[in-house]
Design a binder for this molecule. Structure first.
Ligand SMILES: [Zn+2]
Length: 405
């Protein structure tokens, strides 16, 4: 008869407690959770494809910029060549002009002054003389043609230089456009990276959630709310029979870094020695067990239902753990043993870098979470954001307590 009453009570209370564990998931059972996971993986593939396409587009544009700079350099070389050509032509013009002047002078002399007619006089006949005279004028007109050709070359090279300068300007515009496109693609890439990280986080969480429900559900089609069996409690009590608060919840001086700015997400309870029993603070269900984490060591998370309100308690730096995920516990269940010193410490060959001595790190958070950090379904920031100060359950710092309530 009494059992029946308790069962009815439990069912009523379980219905009242909001199951925040599911968070973003709308799945009603494990099958639907798996479908959600597949969808997340599909999104991840699309994200990876987009990232690859964007990356190769960025590389193409970088290559195009590299090519444009090469073309610009080639144009610069061509401009220099044209400039040299112009200088050459100008020098040739000066030379040709000089020669022509000489020839003309000679021609003048030969046509006008008798005493310098040696060349013509050397002619053996009038015809020869006339031929010699013609040769002189031919050379002169040849030089005139040369001058014309050189002038044309100069004009041609100047035109070429202008074209090359124009080409360089166009290349500058192209380089600028490519650079702007790269900036835009880089920004898009950052967004894709963020989305990708987010999807990876969701996949990890979804997998943790599936793992959790698989350990507490009897089938893939059982309603998730039916899998969670958290016995109701009227209050949370102390997790130790004997202990002392050594570091309260909130702002404090970090014993490891010496910084005053660190926030203590929980309360530190010291006791006589390692190996002392750690109890669940209330009836509940074991939600997560983290073993040998680099900060916190062995950690247990338990879901409670205190007067219809969901809570998750956390017990860290345990020497060893007595429970597994899905275990139903009461406030008399020993879930593990106090650690935090000796062989659990990293410096002694252990694993925990976040402890300086024997203690239990204990925290209370409103809502249901599956542990913190990368191993948890709900992000550690959410878990931390909903924490409450456990201080009200304990005497002031430095004062020992000898009972659990
Ligand atoms: Zn602590």
């Amino acid at each position: 008869m009494r059992n029946k009453v308790v069962t009815i009570l439990v069912i009523l209370v379980v219905i009242l407690v909001p199951l925040n564990i599911k968070a973003d998931s709308k799945a009603k059972n494990i099958k639907e959770l798996n479908a959600e996971l597949e969808e997340l993986k599909r999104q991840k593939n699309i994200n990876v494809q987009n990232k690859n396409a964007t990356r190769s587009s960025i590389n193409q544009k970088k290559q195009a910029i590299y090519n444009a700079y090469n073309e610009k350099q080639q144009a610069e070389n061509d401009i220099n060549a044209a400039t040299n050509k112009i200088a050459e032509c100008e020098a040739s013009i000066e030379k040709t002009k000089g020669e022509t002047a000489e020839i003309l002078k000679f021609n003048e002399l030969t046509s006008n002054e008798n005493i310098y007619l040696e060349y013509l006089m050397a002619a053996e006949s009038i015809a020869d003389m006339s031929m010699r005279s013609k040769a002189i004028s031919l050379i002169t007109s040849y030089n005139q043609d040369q001058l014309q050709t050189l002038n044309d070359l100069i004009i041609e090279n100047q035109r070429l230089k202008e074209e090359l300068r124009e080409k360089q300007n166009q290349l500058d515009v192209a380089i600028n456009n490519y650079s702007n496109a790269i900036v835009a693609l880089d920004n898009y890439m950052d967004e894709l990276e963020d989305v990708g990280d987010d999807i990876n986080e969701q996949i990890k969480n979804q997998e943790a959630l599936i793992k959790y429900y698989k350990s507490i559900c009897t089938s893939d089609t059982q309603l998730l709310s039916d899998c969670v069996k958290v016995l109701a409690s009227s209050t949370l009590i102390r997790p130790l029979e004997k202990g002392v608060v050594t570091s309260p919840f909130g702002m404090r001086v970090n014993p490891l870094t010496g910084k005053t700015s660190s926030f203590h997400y929980g309360i530190d309870l010291s006791t006589t020695s390692m190996g002392v029993k750690v109890y669940s603070a209330a009836n509940g269900m074991v939600a997560a067990v983290t073993l040998k984490s680099s900060c916190g060591g062995n950690i247990v998370y338990i879901h409670h239902n205190v007067n219809g309100v969901a809570y998750t308690t956390q017990y860290a730096h345990l020497l060893s753990v007595n429970v597994k995920v899905g275990d139903t516990v009461t406030n008399q269940s020993v879930i593990g043993y106090v650690g935090g010193a000796g062989s659990t410490l990293k410096k002694n060959g252990g694993w925990d870098t976040c402890s300086t001595g024997v203690h239990l790190h204990y925290s209370i958070s409103k809502g249901y979470y599956l542990g913190g950090g990368a191993n948890g379904y709900s992000s550690f920031s959410k878990f931390k954001a909903n924490m409450i100060d456990p201080g009200k359950y304990f005497p002031a710092r430095g004062t020992w307590f000898y009972r659990r309530y």
